[in-house]
Design a protein around this ligand. Structure first.
Ligand code: AMP
Length: 280
């Protein structure tokens, strides 16, 4: 049965009892508006652990002043139904005051990994992510936590955070779940018009094309430029970046080396899409 918690005190009481009974606990942090990608993380968590906690918190501190915090989709009823159906044990639903009570003054910044790409386009975003995830870890004290590769830079940041702060939590990254046409599932896809939705899969297609070019030994920078131009010429309104990076450090690369990743972000109207794929 899904137990819902809005009070940290009750959440802690319950999870302490689980730990005392020797249960292994997994956390799946989300901002709600759950789709099949989120649910795949939850199902994997259920395989890894005896008890699964899903958190839903639309974290204001990871949104910039001109971003979509107010309009971010909130579908709590449907989310609860989906988690109930999956047999999730606990839903942690902190409100803003529980997360950031008056006087809250701590900021966690993971440098290096966060400085380019999403971090450069969205100043402060990753400080918000690092701080809230550290809090979610402290609140739920999981043995393991599951994140999607969809937010690849975020996943790298969380691994760094946990390692740097000696948190005894195993971080698992799960492959991106996609629509049949390749578009990565995202809570924001619902904002795409039909015309934009038809264009959206091009982001993944251009990553695949770039992956092939790099695999065949073509020069990196021209390939990335061609991909960027293809997006702009076929209906994307802006391209924030198309980058080929080291899969661990996220340092940009100009020549091929093992263990690489392609990262991209582009805009369709007011909706921003991000995606990434491995280059092995
Ligand atoms: P969000 O609610 O967007 O913050 O995402 C919560 C978690 O779900 C994050 O770890 C995301 O990386 C992950 N996630 C989002 N979309 C997908 C997807 N299409 N496939 C797999 N995981 C995803």
């Amino acid at each position: 049965m899904l137990q819902m918690f809005t009070s940290l005190e009750f959440l802690r009481e319950t999870t302490a009892a689980w730990r005392a009974a020797g249960a292994r606990i997994a956390l799946v942090p989300t901002m709600g508006a759950l789709h099949a990608g989120h649910l795949a993380l939850v199902k994997h968590a259920q395989q890894l652990a005896d008890r699964v906690i899903v958190s839903i918190f639309v974290n204001p501190t990871q949104f910039g002043p001109n971003e979509d915090f107010a309009s971010y989709p909130r579908t709590e009823k449907d989310d609860i139904a989906a988690l109930t159906q999956l047999g999730v044990d606990a839903l942690w639903l902190p409100n803003r005051e529980a997360m950031y009570p008056p006087g809250f003054a701590t900021n966690i910044r993971v440098s290096g990994i966060t400085e380019r790409y999403e971090g450069a386009i969205r100043p402060g975003h990753f400080d918000g992510v690092a701080t809230v995830v550290a809090k979610l870890f402290a609140q739920t004290q999981p043995h393991t936590a599951i994140f999607g590769e969809k937010d690849y830079q975020q996943l790298c940041l969380i691994k760094r955070l946990v390692s740097d702060l000696d948190m005894d939590i195993s971080i698992i990254g799960m492959p991106t779940l996609r629509e049949a046409d390749g578009l990565a599932l995202s809570s924001r896809n619902r904002f795409l018009s039909d015309a934009q939705r038809a264009i959206a899969p091009l982001l993944h297609q251009q990553l695949q094309w770039s992956q092939q070019q790099i695999g065949q030994g073509h020069a990196i920078t021209p390939a990335l430029n061609t991909a960027r131009n293809a997006l702009l010429q076929n209906g994307f309104h802006g391209v924030d970046y198309v980058a080929y990076v080291d899969a661990e450090t996220l340092a940009p690369r100009e020549t091929y080396a093992a263990n690489g990743r392609l990262l991209a972000a582009a805009r369709l109207g007011s909706t921003r899409l991000i995606d990434n794929i491995a280059v092995e």
